[in-house]
Design a binder for this molecule. Sequence first.
Ligand SMILES: Nc1ncnc2c1ncn2[C@@H]1O[C@H](COP(=O)(O)OP(=O)(O)O)[C@@H](O)[C@H]1O
Ligand SMILES: [Mg+2]
Length: 270
Amino acid sequence: MNLQVLIAPDRRAPLPAPLIVVEDVAKRFVDGRTGRVTAALEHLSFAIREGEFVCLLGPSDCGKSSVLDLLCGFEQPTEGRIVVEGGPVGEPGPDRGIVFQEALLFPWLSVFDNITFAPRLAGVPAALYRPRAARLIALMGLDGFENHAPYELSGGMRQRVAIARAWISEPRILLMDEPFGALDAQTRLAMQEQLLIAREATGATVLFVTHDIEEALFLADRILVLSGRPGRVAREIAVPFGRPRHYEALLTDARFGRLKRQIVEELRAG
Ligand SMILES: Nc1ncnc2c1ncn2[C@@H]1O[C@H](COP(=O)(O)OP(=O)(O)O)[C@@H](O)[C@H]1O
Ligand SMILES: [Mg+2]
């Protein structure tokens, strides 16, 4: 028997290259009229490995959405380097699914047509996207609502449709910008649980932006706490809770309260 394998399996396995690398990035916006410069991000560096669930946590206005804009390719960094899947960030594409705070569904399309919009636009054969759509509809708890219009759905359901729509192209990376921020506490918890289940089933890499400490602790493998603007990573926290996670169990776990307090202090210090 090869004891080395039993003793130190991690040392033998080569670490895979990170899927996302952000290296010393600065993002400044210049107001075209007044010439005033807003520094949104400064010296921002982090890396995300395949399959990780990382939360970007910070106060509002610290540059969280700007980070996602850069990773989507909507904006270019003023300084520094961003590598996604081994190359520079290209045009926004289906390899990176995006979910925003507002569901932004097409109001005139049914749930099914919203979810399958991208593959239909790309001319993917129905035989390919139909089973994927059916699986996502089941995973997101939307069975029976395929033919409903967005206005017939609750806010939480609309957001589940938006997540299914982002996931239909099987993106390796899912970028989420405070997707549950507008939902009431109960719905938010149900959505968080559904997201964890769907993510377990698909193995996607997730970068999830939030200002909610408990949400980050419940969801993430790792939390990047951002400083106040201009944002940079002030602190990195490896979340010690195993999976599957149960919210009630976390509430009675002493580490949960300890970590929450540490993060509150970190955010207060700015
Ligand atoms: N396209 C833009 N043009 C000018 N200023 C911007 C733009 N996007 C963001 N900003 C500014 O950058 C700062 C950070 O914004 P944002 O990334 O949206 O923060 P957060 O998502 O953490 O609330 C804000 O002060 C905002 O006004
Ligand atoms: Mg934002």
